[in-house]
Design a protein around this ligand. Structure first.
Ligand SMILES: Cc1cc2nc3c(=O)[nH]c(=O)nc-3n(C[C@H](O)[C@H](O)[C@H](O)COP(=O)(O)OP(=O)(O)OC[C@H]3O[C@@H](n4cnc5c(N)ncnc54)[C@H](O)[C@@H]3O)c2cc1C
Length: 438
């Protein structure tokens, strides 16, 4: 890869791949009299997307220390959110799912609907969702306790629970398939090269023509040069020195990583069919005190198994263990260093939390008899604002990180904003109205 790229995107995850597709779209001129980009014209920018492919867990070696938060088959997608910005990011992304499908031929979205449920004690949690939905014109239905029971007889929540149902434009996505779709769509435009390696470091450089640029050293020892760098490395943001500050040091981002564990009920075909025929949507549940959960309907996994997945917590057992941390979700623990993140990914989760989540899922789906129950460990990467960081750190160096456990569904819009920022002439206008302007 000896060429000089206009933009090197580091991190072939959900945000990086979305940025690669959008950067390719920006770089592919439309033929005269058409608004549809065509790969037959010379591209405006040469782009590369750097990052390793997913390795199955049983092939992980001692040396592997870069994993990803998208190694799964189900992520909830919904437009309603207590935060209006997350709601906008989601809606803008969901509106483009069909384009991504058409550009790639890869199906990743199941619009099975989304149900946000709250016990009587937690009904406030639905309030902000409603306000934002009304404000942004997101269609939803309020379900009272009786309607909830009648519509979803398979599902059990605390007595008196009520819900918001988004029955169109919401459901779940396969994050693996979305990633594949974004990469294929970017490749099809002809100006994005995929480099399947870990980036070991990024250094400042001066190109032959005297312009400032960057050198990226890859894990196989090869180097590439780029005029601009966009770093999208998720929970692995501090694993390598990728953010040179121009003074011999590196930028440190104010990011916090947390554990995220899920329990998977492997179910029989009959149980899966019953749940699917019962119209099971994706679910977020707020119970009493610190109880919360998200649940995905039956999904087929690559090994052929049909699984219902839950993540969440009933008793916040980590509350007293650590200093008060306002960014922490009940039941999760902070992962202060890269080593903690790696150890956690390898662990596949904690046994006490596994038992608790098993009980929670069984209580929510009392009619289901799992044939096997497994656990998975993943990590979230949170920012101090609770919203992703998308922007320029210094001349030519950009980031799009901090998915806050919410970004799978919204990765396309986050990637789009990052691509526009990284390829614009002025670098970046760090302004929340940017999304509307572009
Ligand atoms: C258990 C769990 C459940 C979740 N549920 C939902 C949900 O229901 N809905 C939702 O919207 N979101 C959900 N999320 C959040 C969502 O998955 C993340 O926000 C999203 O994956 C973040 O995208 P990203 O691109 O920042 O990170 P990732 O998708 O993790 O991608 C980062 C990429 O960077 C690469 N990388 C890292 N370092 C380097 C390096 N040095 N060189 C090259 N490449 C590198 C990694 O290989 C990885 O592919 C969930 C997350 C978890 C953990």
């Amino acid at each position: 890869y000896s060429m000089l790229f206009d933009l090197a995107i580091i991190g072939k995850g959900l945000i990086g791949a979305a940025a690669a597709r959008h950067a390719s779209l920006i770089s592919t001129p439309s033929p005269p009299n058409s608004t549809i980009p065509s790969s037959s014209s010379p591209p405006l920018h040469n782009i590369c997307l750097i990052g390793p492919d997913e390795k199955p867990r049983n092939k992980w070696t001692e040396k592997d220390d870069i994993f990803s938060s998208h190694y799964d088959e189900g992520r909830i997608t919904r437009r309603t959110d207590p935060d209006p910005i997350w709601s906008q990011l989601a809606s803008a992304s969901i509106d483009r799912y069909d384009d991504i499908y058409k550009q790639s031929g890869i199906d990743f979205y199941k619009p099975v609907g989304h149900l946000a449920v709250a016990s009587p004690q937690s009904s406030d949690s639905l309030f902000k969702r409603r306000i934002n939905a009304l404000d942004q014109g997101v269609p939803y239905r309020d379900l009272d306790a009786d309607e909830l029971t009648v519509l979803y007889p398979h599902l059990k929540f605390a007595p008196g629970s009520t819900a918001i149902l988004e029955d169109s434009g919401a459901g779940y996505i396969s994050p693996r398939s979305l990633l594949k779709a974004q990469v294929e769509a970017a490749k099809a435009l002809g100006c994005c090269q995929i480099i399947p390696h870990v980036a070991s470091r990024v250094d400042n450089n001066v190109s032959d023509d005297g312009e400032a640029s960057f050198v990226v050293t890859l894990s196989n020892g090869e180097v590439i040069s780029a005029k601009r760098i966009l770093v999208c490395t998720g929970a692995f943001c501090d694993a390598r020195p990728l953010l040179p500050d121009g003074n011999g040091g590196h930028f440190e981002l104010d990011l916090l990583r947390y554990t995220a564990q899920t329990v998977h009920f492997h179910v029989s075909e009959k149980d899966a069919t019953d749940l699917l025929e019962g119209g099971m949507p994706s679910i977020i549940y707020r119970g009493d005190k610190s109880e919360w959960a998200y649940v995905l309907p039956p999904i087929q996994y690559p090994d052929g198994s049909l699984r219902v997945k839950l993540g969440g917590s009933r008793v916040d057992r980590y509350n007293n263990e650590e200093q008060f941390d306002k960014y922490r979700t009940p039941g999760t623990r902070s992962l202060p260093t890269h080593e903690h993140v790696v150890e956690w990914f390898r662990s596949a989760g904690n046994s006490k939390d596994f038992d608790e989540m098993k009980e929670m899922l069984q209580a929510m789906l009392p009619g289901i008899q799992p044939v096997k129950v497994t656990s998975d460990a993943c990590a979230t990467c949170k920012t101090s604002s609770g919203r992703p960081y998308i922007g320029q750190l210094c001349d030519g160096l950009f980031v799009a990180v901090g998915g806050c456990g919410l970004a799978a569904k919204s990765s396309d819009e986050i990637g789009r904003l990052a691509a526009f920022a990284a390829l614009s002439d002025t670098g970046w206008g760090l302004d929340e109205s940017l999304g509307e302007e572009l």
